[in-house]
Design a protein around this ligand. Structure first.
Ligand code: PRT
Ligand code: ZN
Length: 291
């Protein structure tokens, strides 16, 4: 057995060279503790403290590179992964670059429902996704593939409607279009190709770290002072990971209570805590969280 070779296995992770996914991808890997020397003009960079090499590529090319085995894994939008129909699996949803792929029609259209699309022409950069969607819905429409500025297609008479990525909706609005059907939700995902056992293990280690980073991002550490009578009710509201830490205060009858609170229901819980007599509430970010 060639142990030396096994020791030196490195997982090549492709991320977007420039664009909307680049910053979030780099930040996530760095938050996972990977020491990446940031080289915007570089094609690839070695990570000094984890068996990973980062490749910087166009997002559209990443699925093909993974299928070919040039990259082992990659971070791309789920929309691109689904559209390219290459070999690979989603290892982890990454909770950033959230958007949706939607069908949109000119604002003045009297849109009556999906059947409206029968016999119409749809411009899109996502012909496979749109094709499958229409098939599933039993709609027969023409698909006109264009690679950019899809939103101008109806205005210049190239198509009756479009299917494109929407985030705030302002691009549709400023091009006189309205969103009528949701085709798919998307976010950045970590995908992987066929991997050796050792590479799989390395990637699983990274996924473990990603989960710790995600949990930390979704939670806050909370410290507060409360009268001892309120400890039980407060514990029910912010039970934390196992139970809160409770320390006596110098002032008799009072305690300091430390716990973890989820970002989503944070403000609601703060109101409840105040009503129960909590004072001096401090809320601080958590860097990593392992359950
Ligand atoms: O050069 P390269 O090929 O690498 O990059 P790219 O130009 O193909 O991709 P890029 O960087 O624009 O987007 C990369 C990924 O980000 C996409 O595949 C999506 O998964 C994700 N993402 C998230 C978005 C958006 N939000 C988004 N708003 N991608 C594009 N947009 C565009 C959309 O095309 C439309 O023109 O923004 C406009 C809509 O935005 P709103 O806010 O006006 O609705
Ligand atoms: Zn692209």
């Amino acid at each position: 057995m060639n142990t030396h070779k096994q020791m030196s296995e490195v997982v090549r992770i492709a991320i977007q060279k420039s664009g909307r996914l680049q910053e979030g991808s780099l930040k996530l890997l760095k938050d996972c503790g990977l020491n990446i020397s940031n080289g915007k003009d570089q094609l690839k960079t070695q990570v000094s403290n984890f068996p990973v090499e980062v490749l910087f590529l166009r997002d559209d090319d990443i699925p093909q590179y993974i299928e070919d085995g040039v990259a082992d894994a990659g971070i791309i939008g789920e929309n691109v992964f689904t559209e390219k129909q290459k070999n690979g699996v989603i290892m982890k949803r990454l909770d950033f670059a959230k958007c949706r792929l939607a069908l949109a029609v000119p604002r003045t259209t009297n849109y009556t429902g999906l059947a409206w699309f029968n016999g119409k022409n749809i411009a899109t950069s996502y012909p496979n996704i749109v094709g499958n969607y229409l098939k599933m819905k039993n709609i027969t429409a023409g698909i006109h593939e264009i690679s950019g500025s899809v939103e101008i297609a109806p205005g210049i008479g190239l198509a009756d409607a479009i299917c494109d990525i929407v985030s705030t909706g302002s691009t549709l609005l400023s091009n006189g279009l309205k969103e009528v059907e949701l085709v798919m939700q998307s976010e950045a995902v970590l995908i992987a190709g066929d991997l050796s056992m050792q590479k799989k293990k390395i990637l699983e280690k990274l996924v473990f770290r990603i989960e710790a980073v995600q949990q930390a991002r979704n939670n806050k550490y909370i410290l507060l002072n409360c009268p001892n009578e309120a400890i039980e009710s407060i514990t029910q509201i912010i039970p934390g990971m196992k139970s809160p830490t409770i320390l006596p205060l110098g002032k008799p009858g009072w305690s300091s209570l430390h716990s973890v609170v989820n970002e989503n229901d944070f403000w609601e819980k703060i109101d409840q805590l105040k009503q129960l007599g909590a004072e001096g509430i401090l809320v601080v970010p958590i860097e990593k969280m392992i359950k």
